[in-house]
Design a protein. Structure first.
Length: 82
């Protein structure tokens, strides 16, 4: 429910998922869930920014931020620009 509401508000799945995971961790702490499960949830939450960083070049290519094909080197790119 929280994810769906935040996705409708922000139109950003990453923000909604991050906030939803944060609420899940808070709920686990308040319900006195075993420490191992809380630790796993926190590590999963911290993995989100790392995954975003890993996927940034691919996302930029998909959204057309850069027009350099994967097979093109910077030197080949300079030749096409000049």
């Amino acid at each position: 429910m929280i994810y769906a509401f935040l996705f409708l508000v922000f139109h950003n799945s990453d923000v909604a998922a991050g906030f939803g995971m944060g609420v899940l961790v808070l709920q686990e702490v308040l319900n006195q869930t075993p420490l191992l499960l809380v630790t796993f949830s926190i590590l999963a939450l911290l993995f989100i920014p790392f995954k975003q960083w890993l996927d940034k070049p691919r996302r930029d290519r998909i959204h057309g931020v850069t027009s350099i094909p994967l097979s093109q080197t910077p030197e080949e790119n300079e030749k096409t620009v000049n």
